[in-house]
Design a protein around this ligand. Structure first.
Ligand code: GLN
Length: 302
């Protein structure tokens, strides 16, 4: 471990070696990202001044942060930042780290929202808001969006609200605490939604041990796991979809690898959807399902 005369260059060298030794995939990158975070500078500046001495307090914080990373704490929980849809989100152990695949769901909603461009507002229900990544990026990208963002975890709601404030969309989002649609029932909103969206906890409890240590040991289990098969939550969202989704409205789910077929079957069984589309992710896995409810736009809104 480097000591008193730590410089930017030698402390990064030490950290990268330590992280590599612990089996971290991108040791040098992680070492640099953590230091630039603590110094509040761009990574590129670290290369410009490798001989710059580090203040004792920074060096000591850095060493602690590197120890955490070595224990597989995800990088985003160490820096408290995650990027999603080109927006910066505060994250910590209380919320799931937003994943790039989820951007596919958000992009699909933005595209489909064009169908409702002549409405006064576009009502969206987001079930399992987490850090607020989906709700907030929709609020930023859809001018007339009015969003109900629900989570069973009060901790997640604290973070989602913080992120909404930071991105100045608090007035477009109503945050509700509770299970699936439950809190909507007491908030007096009778308007049915144009969209129901969810990236729900979809991992089967038996598969927990197969996950990366970063995910398994540090991300919140309530955000990851849904019962025995991982499919229960889809069933529960679908069971009441007809009460909350208006005619011609869209339901979008993010699903796990190998779940698409079963979830499509569940969607079909409701008998209220006319079309179901799937979007593949960057690894060619069916990741997002889009189902449109029967009916036409503007029909029977309440
Ligand atoms: N909506 C959040 C996300 O997509 C949280 C999802 C969750 O907690 N399962 O990351």
């Amino acid at each position: 471990m480097p000591t008193d005369n730590d410089t930017v260059g030698n402390i990064i060298h030490w950290a990268a070696k330590k992280l590599q030794h612990c089996g971290i995939d991108s040791p040098r990158l992680d070492a640099e990202v953590i230091l630039s975070h603590l110094l509040g500078c761009d990574r590129i500046r670290l290369h410009t001044y490798p001989d710059k001495p580090l203040q004792h307090i920074i060096a000591s914080r850095y060493k602690k942060a590197i120890q955490r990373r070595a224990q597989r704490v995800p990088l985003q929980y160490i820096t408290n930042h995650a990027e999603f849809m080109s927006l910066d989100f505060y994250v910590d152990e209380r919320v799931l780290i937003p994943r790039p695949e989820t951007e596919l769901l958000v992009e699909a909603v933005i595209k489909k929202a064009k169908c409702f461009i002549h409405e006064d507002e576009i009502v969206i229900i987001d079930i399992g808001v987490g850090s607020g990544n989906i709700a907030i990026s929709l609020a930023k990208n859809i001018e007339i969006a009015r969003i109900f963002a629900i989570d069973i975890s009060p901790d997640a709601l604290v973070i989602a609200k913080m992120n909404a404030r930071k991105h100045q969309v608090l007035d477009k989002i109503t945050f509700l605490h509770g299970d699936v649609y439950e809190p909507l029932k007491s908030c007096n909103s009778k308007t049915k939604a144009h969209f129901i969206v969810s990236n729900p906890p979809y991992i089967a409890s038996a598969e927990l041990s197969l996950l990366q240590k970063e995910v398994r040991d540090y991300e919140p289990l309530t955000a990851l796991i849904s019962g025995h098969s991982g499919l229960e939550i889809f069933e529960r969202i679908l069971a009441e979809a007809n009460s909350w989704l208006r005619p011609a409205g869209f339901l979008l789910f993010e699903v796990a690898e190998k779940q698409a077929r079963q979830v499509i079957k569940m969607i079909k069984n409701t008998n209220i959807f006319t079309s179901i589309q799937r979007i593949k992710d960057y690894q060619n896995i069916s990741r997002v399902l889009i189902a449109q409810r029967e009916g036409h736009i503007g029909q029977n809104r309440n």
